[in-house]
Design a protein around this ligand. Structure first.
Ligand code: GTP
Ligand code: MG
Length: 201
């Protein structure tokens, strides 16, 4: 799928104020700094459509980007950013949970995982919570450019092994780099295939 058009629409803390259209949407979630906003820029071929930063906690709102005038990419705040303080963390958690549980247009959630790290309890617990709430999700391993081939494969395999301890069936997964653009075609094709299914209904 080609992206011919990408535009920022609105930022929100309140799921009820997100765009009223029925277009399918694909949201990006994961720990602060994992590369959610960078991935949105990479997928859309735009340098700074979504705001990125080397300081964790950059994205604080639900951000809607309209793609090809027919579906949305949604940039969410990261979870697990310690320096936000308890109150800030609670606010972000509420924003994320309300969006995920209440947003009917949310067709698939991409959970982003830094391919350099061993499986982190916070991510495993988050995915478990998604499962309990029957939220459809897929995994994107990010920052693949930071690991050499053998090491990358090993880390991904270790991660999949940890997932199999919790899950009978693995969710779809992708390996990406916003620097080298690895994974772009696969992720966009996947979105396109879901869009087609949604439009059939
Ligand atoms: P929050 O909005 O704070 O939750 O973070 P985020 O998940 O949106 O991360 P963001 O896209 O802002 O990226 C965080 C940092 O990681 C930035 O310094 C990016 O340049 C860097 N980064 C993101 N993706 C990649 C990647 O694929 N490769 C490399 N080498 N760096 C990346
Ligand atoms: Mg961000």
């Amino acid at each position: 799928m080609e992206i011919n058009n990408a535009e920022f629409v609105i930022s929100n803390t309140d799921v009820t104020k997100c765009p009223a259209s029925t277009f399918p949407e694909y949201a990006f979630i994961g720990r602060s700094n994992v590369g959610k906003s960078s991935l949105i820029n990479m997928l859309t071929n735009r340098k700074s459509l979504a705001m990125t930063s080397s300081t964790p906690g950059k994205t604080m709102l639900i951000n809607h980007f309209l793609i090809n005038e027919s579906w949305y990419l949604v940039d969410l705040p990261g979870y697990g950013y310690a320096r936000r303080g308890l109150k800030g963390k609670d606010q972000i958690r509420t924003i994320i949970e309300d969006y995920i549980l209440e947003r009917e247009q949310m067709t698939n959630l991409f959970v982003l995982i830094d391919c350099r790290l061993e499986p982190q309890p916070i991510d495993l617990e988050f995915m478990e919570w998604l499962g309990e709430n029957s939220v459809p999700f897929s995994i994107i391993f990010t920052k693949a450019d930071k690991l050499k081939g053998g090491r990358l494969k090993m880390n991904i395999n270790d991660y999949l092994r940890a997932l199999r301890e919790h899950w009978e069936e693995l969710p779809p997964y992708f390996i990406s780099s916003s620097d080298s653009r690895l994974g772009r075609v696969e992720i966009l094709d996947y979105i396109e295939s879901i869009n087609k299914e949604v439009n059939k209904k």
